[in-house]
Ligand binder design. Structure first.
Ligand code: 2NE
Length: 313
């Protein structure tokens, strides 16, 4: 039985939907740029970030799926057409100056903002056209910090920065036609952050260096063999299987999953990972009578009485 998805917002580069009925509780973000194999430009990343923030805040959502439109690609990484001399360039906002000399020109047919596009961009702090940067850096952190499982649903190519996106997701469900690889050294780029570190942790340092140093592509079967993905299914069953994995997680304790995600990430993310785990522990502690005694005493301007709370061995 296929899942019913309800649109959860208006975007330009992505579709953002939530499941309904028996499958309720899943948010799905689809990169909708199949004409460029779902490559991301700055606006794409800004919109994914906005959708993720909504999914985080929505207490009905317990699992998030990140995917690409169509069977050809999950994501092919940064859109090389808007790669300037110092990073990836945003499209000009209405009335804004053209990109700086030497930076990428506006794309044919895209010089004018689409109807509503300027408004969409203004929802977040404006990103200046002509000022190159890596928006995707913040997206990686956002996915890692998001206290709900994020599942990459991969059909076709997960290449370059698109491959790193699936790496930073918690789980990956792949179709049989999925192909994985890094291309940075071929196009003059690299991701030495999560792109190198998580890959080494997932497949081992030798294999990770092979993937980055040779820029080969790997089949879904090879990816499964090396522990890069969780499962591989026929393309026509990709969404059904992904939803099933989400449903299984939705039946489990949300806070256990939250703490597990923070725990898995803590070592890899250093002090910021410990901070997430520690603040999750504090969130739990706030729910205890012991912590509430401290709060109440402060409010009532009295000395706190912690004597009824055991000093646990
Ligand atoms: C993904 C791949 C292997 C697919 O190959 P194929 O043969 O299925 O498709 P084709 O014909 O190459 O692509 C179809 C159309 O999509 C565009 C192509 O230029 C082509 O356009 P037209 O010729 O039809 O007009 N397209 C595909 N990927 C694109 C991209 N990333 N940017 C702009 N246009 C793209 C094959 O397409 C491929 O290898 N793509 C390039 C992959 C790539 O170089 N990605 C960037 C890596 S760097 C990165 O992502 C990054 C980073 O390292 C650090 C920070 C941020 C980002």
């Amino acid at each position: 039985m296929s899942t019913t998805w309800i649109a959860a917002g208006q975007y330009t580069d992505i579709r953002y939907e939530k499941s309904a009925g028996a499958d309720a509780g899943i948010a799905k973000i689809t990169i909708d740029r199949p004409e460029v194999r779902n490559a991301f430009r700055p606006l794409t990343i800004v919109e994914i970030g906005q959708a993720l923030q909504d999914a985080r805040e929505d207490t009905e959502v317990g699992a998030i799926v990140l995917t690409g439109e169509g069977p050809e690609a999950f994501c092919s990484g940064g859109d090389q057409r808007v790669r300037g001399d110092s990073g990836y360039l945003s499209e000009p906002l209405a009335g804004e100056a053209e990109p700086l000399a030497g930076e990428a020109e506006p794309l044919a047919g895209e010089a004018e903002p689409l109807a509503g596009e300027a408004d969409e961009e203004m929802k977040s702090p404006p990103t200046r056209a002509g000022v190159g940067r890596f928006h995707v850096t913040d997206l990686h952190i956002q996915i890692r910090r998001l206290p709900k499982p994020v599942v990459a649903m991969v059909a076709g190519y997960a290449i370059g920065g698109g491959h790193v996106l699936h790496l930073v997701c918690d789980l990956t469900v792949a179709a049989e036609n999925a192909r994985f690889g890094q291309v940075g050294p071929r196009v003059g780029s690299f991701d030495g952050g999560f792109g190198a570190g998580l890959l080494a942790n997932q497949v081992g340092p030798k294999k990770a260096k092979e993937i980055w140093f040779l820029c080969r592509q790997y089949s879904a079967a090879q990816a499964l063999e090396m522990g890069l993905v969780n499962t591989v299914v026929p393309l026509e069953r990709l969404e059904e299987e992904t939803v099933q994995w989400c449903r299984e997680m939705l039946a489990l304790s949300p806070f256990s999953l939250r703490l597990l995600k923070a725990s898995f990430n803590a070592a890899e993310d250093g002090l910021s990972g410990v901070q997430q785990l520690a603040h999750d522990a504090n969130l739990l502690f706030y729910m205890s009578e012991e912590a509430q005694e401290g709060r109440d005493a402060y409010r009532q301007k009295r000395t706190p009485d912690f004597s009824r709370f055991p000093r646990r061995p």
